[in-house]
Design a binder for this molecule. Structure first.
Ligand SMILES: Cc1cc2nc3c(=O)[nH]c(=O)nc-3n(C[C@H](O)[C@H](O)[C@H](O)COP(=O)(O)OP(=O)(O)OC[C@H]3O[C@@H](n4cnc5c(N)ncnc54)[C@H](O)[C@@H]3O)c2cc1C
Length: 399
């Protein structure tokens, strides 16, 4: 049994957004309670680029230094257009770098920061139901454990070993794509486009790689190469058809030959590969009563621009300040509606949803602009600066 079943903030999900929200709240003097249904954080690289603006946001919570130390700083992006034209983009010298850092390393850094701040993850605890009691949220949490089966050879089975009822003033759904908080809190989702399929290969190149993000755009979609330090790298390919990952090295070599002209560093080894379908979606609000959602629970975009996790981390930092202010009496509840409006505006801006271009749009942009915009690993002012380097005035609200 939990010793104190009433908490100020219950955070659901120990992915990057939930870890950061909990860590930030703890640093702001709040005592949040973090539950995670799995037994540990993700072991793979998954999302691996932090935008300059995200690095700035992490700096405000004192996590930026560790991020820069562990990650690879990148200041250049190379765009290869269908007709063979190459455009080089460079970050403003005063902007923080883009940092290439596997999601697993980011989660390790956030876990240590959480422990240093005096909090922890309650692993193997799954939110299963939500209700209301005396103006508070009543959360039912199933605790999982491995139970021996009593066979002569030891076999363990994962079962619910206890059920807890936790009361909380605020609940934060950082519980990802299948969010239980979103579903049970009654949040609506707007879908704004067809799902696209992507294939990921985490590989070692034969030679060292420059700190440069490379994008290739052609009729098959976008291909991207992110260096991850030394010879490690991530290849991502958008593809409407099935690529298959059996014989992954041969598949990757053939894809690189066909879709990444100009790449010369070879492929030495593949560490893992996977495929996935990514939808474009956005919740109509991020706050409903005492329920708040953040990151993948609230939106989803393409993986190459790493938009969803980066927006999510920026939202988490914003939410921390508002929740802490609300609990210490500096703000009233309207601050959470502002969090919702502000986050939706930021997402629409990032994904160019409901925006129109001002001024002249260069000729190359006719077919390449849309895939390029969803693949640029940048947000906020650094992104606007990249748009200016591409000859585009940042877009404004349509209508
Ligand atoms: C194979 C793969 C490759 C990817 N590649 C990229 C990429 O290249 N670029 C990119 O931007 N993104 C990529 N992503 C997506 C990226 O991993 C997510 O955007 C990121 O993890 C979102 O972080 P989050 O904290 O919002 O949610 P998540 O990391 O999904 O964390 C949510 C957590 O909540 C927990 N949870 C869910 N429900 C409950 C519950 N009821 N009770 C308790 N806990 C719960 C989950 O177990 C999970 O740990 C990839 C994902 C996959 C699977």
């Amino acid at each position: 049994m939990f010793t104190d079943p009433t908490v100020d903030v219950l955070v659901v999900g120990a992915g990057p957004a939930g870890l950061l929200t909990t860590c930030g709240l703890r640093k702001a003097g709040v005592n949040p309670f973090l539950i995670e249904q799995s037994s540990r954080t993700s072991a793979h690289a998954y999302s691996a680029l932090l935008h300059s603006e995200t690095v700035d946001a992490l700096d405000t919570l004192g996590i930026g230094v560790a991020i820069r130390e562990r990650g690879l700083e990148i200041r250049r992006i190379q765009i290869n257009l269908p007709a063979g034209e190459i455009i080089d983009l460079e970050l403003d010298r005063n902007a923080s770098p883009i940092v290439a850092l596997p999601q697993s390393s980011l989660e390790e850094i956030l876990l240590s920061a959480l422990q240093e701040a005096g909090s922890r993850v309650h692993w193997d605890h799954e939110l299963t139901d939500l209700g209301e009691t005396k103006g508070l949220v009543a959360a039912t949490v199933a605790e999982h454990g491995e139970v021996p089966q009593g066979y002569p050879v030891l076999a363990l089975r994962r079962l619910v070993i206890r059920e807890h009822c936790l009361k909380t003033r605020w609940i934060v759904g950082a519980d990802g794509y299948h969010s239980t908080v979103r579903r049970m809190g009654g949040f609506g989702i707007d879908h704004s486009g067809a799902a696209r399929r992507f294939w990921f290969f985490e590989a070692e190149a034969e030679g060292a790689l420059e700190p440069l993000v490379r994008l290739w755009i052609n009729e098959d979609g976008v291909a991207a190469l992110w260096p991850l330090g030394g010879r490690s790298c991530r290849w991502t390919f958008e593809s409407s058809g099935s690529i298959g990952t059996t014989g992954a090295e041969a598949v990757l070599r053939s894809l690189v030959r066909r879709r990444a002209p100009g790449y010369t560093s070879g492929i030495a080894e593949i560490k893992w590969s996977a495929g996935g379908l990514f939808e474009s979606r956005l919740c109509s609000v991020f706050r409903k009563g005492r329920h708040v959602i953040v990151s993948d629970a609230a939106h989803l975009g393409d993986p190459i621009g790493t938009q969803s996790m980066n927006a999510g981390l920026q939202e988490a930092v914003d939410l921390v300040g508002r929740l802490a202010g609300l609990l210490n009496g500096t703000y009233d509840e309207k601050t959470l509606d502002q969090y919702s409006t502000h986050s939706i505006r930021r997402w629409k801006n990032l994904t160019c949803h409901d925006l129109k271009w001002c001024g002249e749009v260069p000729a190359w942009a006719a077919d390449s602009l849309e895939p390029l915009l969803r693949s640029l690993p940048a947000s906020g002012e650094p992104r606007n600066e990249f748009l200016r380097q591409l000859g585009l005035a940042p877009p404004v609200a349509a209508g």
